[in-house]
Design a protein around this ligand. Structure first.
Ligand code: ADP
Ligand code: MG
Length: 338
């Protein structure tokens, strides 16, 4: 008995030195970016980690409005005067953003930044009512004109600005996981702030992804088991300040130019992190009813929304099939719902 236990321990030890979980967390893109994966080669694990973070830096240098030399900053400076070449990668992400604006009836709108630029959550700075009202007039994704042939972006009026803060982290984690895949990794996670892309499972069991309690730091409201999917959460508790009982946070309702009220967090999961990122922001803006209706029309995506009373709502695909059956005998959506 003792001998066989000894042999087992030896095997486990041998396995532990050959194979392991690799991980690193760094401050990037105004948040924390982390990478976590299994690989049976320690030296190559370190190389892969550097590759992933180099990709994060490359994308940030191209797409961040906080980087003066980025292509997007150049677009914001000049596109109201002349068409500006975006480069294929940025052009594609802007085009996807505009498509998602159509899908979400304008809830997701990268031109929110004409108002958004006046917020500084570290400094507790916000625009006054007159500024909000004036800048709100420049929010409309239809003011962004793309020329596919020339690869250019132009703005149809002065004052328009774009910001990919609601979609770029999803793009980054997709790219990060692509890099893991290229290196032959089969199990891993790349996370940027509230956006995670899972590669495979956690070696034989699902990843357990915790959705935060939006009003209790460090507490998990719900855990979701997932494999090979993306999951994004948008909340009003990451970048915010409270003033006179009002929470000023970073998700702007395009129609009012003001931070969204009524939802504390919106989580979306599905096959593509670019979509889950943009959709979590969208569902947050649209609210429980409209947001969940939209998700119900997207067969591959599901959502969990926590409203301002702390109540939790699930998209139709997550409802307990037995109780859903009792409530509604038909599974066919009513005509015109989607
Ligand atoms: P996080 O940045 O914490 O992952 P989100 O994915 O919800 O959170 O994105 C919020 C960011 O999206 C904001 O910081 C801002 O850059 C951008 N944003 C705010 N309002 C909108 C909107 N209505 N449409 C598109 N992007 C938005
Ligand atoms: Mg988002």
């Amino acid at each position: 008995m003792r001998a066989s236990l000894g042999i087992l321990a030896l095997f486990l030890f041998a396995d532990a030195i050959r194979a392991e979980w690799h991980t690193d967390v760094r401050a990037k893109m105004g948040t924390e970016v982390s990478v976590y994966f299994w690989l049976e080669d320690e030296a190559r694990g370190k190389v892969i980690i550097e590759d992933v973070f180099a990709e994060v830096d490359r994308i940030n240098a191209l797409m961040s409005t906080y980087v003066e030399t980025s292509r997007i900053s150049d677009i914001n400076r000049r596109a109201a005067d002349e068409p500006v070449v975006a480069g294929e990668e940025l052009f594609r992400l802007i085009r996807r953003s505009l498509d998602i604006s159509v899908l979400t009836h304008g809830a997701f709108d990268i031109t929110y930044d004409s108002v958004g630029q006046h917020y500084d959550f570290h400094e507790r700075r916000r625009p006054d009512d007159a500024t909000t009202e004036a800048e709100r007039q420049h929010i409309n994704f239809r003011y962004v004109a793309l020329d596919q042939g020339k690869g250019t972006v132009s703005f149809e009026r002065q004052g328009v600005r774009i910001n990919l803060g609601g979609i770029a982290k999803g793009y980054v984690v997709e790219r990060g996981v692509d890099i893991l895949r290229q290196h032959g990794v089969a199990n891993g996670v790349v996370t940027a702030g509230g956006d995670s892309r899972l590669l495979g499972d956690r070696r034989g069991r699902p990843w357990m992804i915790g959705i935060r309690n939006p009003r209790k730091d460090g507490e998990v409201a719900i855990s979701v088991p997932l494999e090979d999917e993306a999951i994004s959460t948008s909340g009003d508790y990451e970048r915010y300040f409270d003033e006179d009982g009002i929470r000023y946070h970073h998700i702007i309702k395009p129609s009012s130019g003001r931070p969204v009220e009524g939802v504390h967090s919106a989580t979306v999961f599905g096959p593509d992190a670019v979509m889950t990122d943009a959709l979590s922001t969208s569902v947050f803006v649209m609210g429980v009813d409209e947001g969940l209706k939209l998700i119900g029309c997207l067969p591959d995506y599901e959502a969990i929304v926590i409203d301002a009373e702390g109540q939790i709502f699930y998209s139709s695909g997550l409802e307990d099939p037995a109780s859903a059956e009792e409530d509604s005998p038909s599974i066919t959506p009513a005509p015109g719902t989607c």
